[in-house]
Design a protein around this ligand. Structure first.
Ligand code: ADP
Length: 194
């Protein structure tokens, strides 16, 4: 385990594509000052760097599949270590996306304090993603990839919730409301550990 990360407060933010993870994370950072790390953003930064590794990632992401665990975890750990001095705690957005990612994270970094489960109905997520696709410029915000991302979410990521529920650290947030309304719920969950 990375020495510098010992004892760090770690919050996993898990939810489907379009559930509003990113929106809520922005609000959490503004109010609580946690360090926000999104695996999707880290991967997109690698893609836009034009590296060989980035090219392989593009293809996987455009299919809506998960990139190899080792790649994501290395990237995430490096980013955490780089921020460890000033971090009050970490908001990890988009990870774990399968149970094994959670297990490996704990071996290499440590256990999460809390898991925020951002929950919205499938129809809501599809509607939001198609709307975002009009302006996001993200090559995975098209109908076919959205369907695949949702499939990956329900088969691989949903079991992550059950895995951490057994430990009693999951707080489920209904994400159907307005961003501010949802944030009210998020705050209640965070006050418990703040
Ligand atoms: P969304 O949650 O809206 O699908 P993200 O930006 O979180 O968007 O992720 C975009 C893509 O990046 C995913 O479809 C996947 O291919 C890849 N990705 C992100 N996080 C992970 C992860 N933890 N493990 C594997 N692949 C990931």
């Amino acid at each position: 385990m990375a020495e510098k990360l010992k004892g760090a407060k770690i919050i996993f933010v898990v939810g489907g594509p379009g559930s509003g993870k990113g929106t809520q994370c922005e609000k959490i950072v503004a109010k609580y000052g946690y360090t926000h790390l999104s695996t999707g953003d880290l991967l997109r930064a690698e893609v836009s760097s034009g590296s060989e590794r980035g090219k392989k990632l593009t293809a996987i992401m455009e299919r809506g599949e998960l990139v190899p665990l080792e790649t994501v975890l290395d990237m995430l750990k490096d980013a955490m270590v780089a921020h460890s001095d000033k971090a009050k705690g970490f908001l990890i957005d988009g990870y774990p996306r399968e149970v094994r990612q959670g297990e490996e994270f704990e071996k290499k970094i440590g256990p999460p304090t809390l898991l925020l489960y951002i929950d919205a109905a499938e129809e809501t997520m599809i509607k939001r993603l198609l709307k975002r696709g009009e302006t996001s410029g993200r090559s995975d915000d098209n109908e076919e990839t959205i369907r695949n991302r949702l499939g990956t979410y329900y088969s691989a990521t949903k079991p992550v919730i059950g895995f951490y529920e057994k430990r009693g650290i999951v707080r489920k947030i209904n994400s159907e409301g307005t961003p501010d309304g949802v944030f009210g719920e998020v705050c209640k969950a965070l006050e418990a550990i703040h």
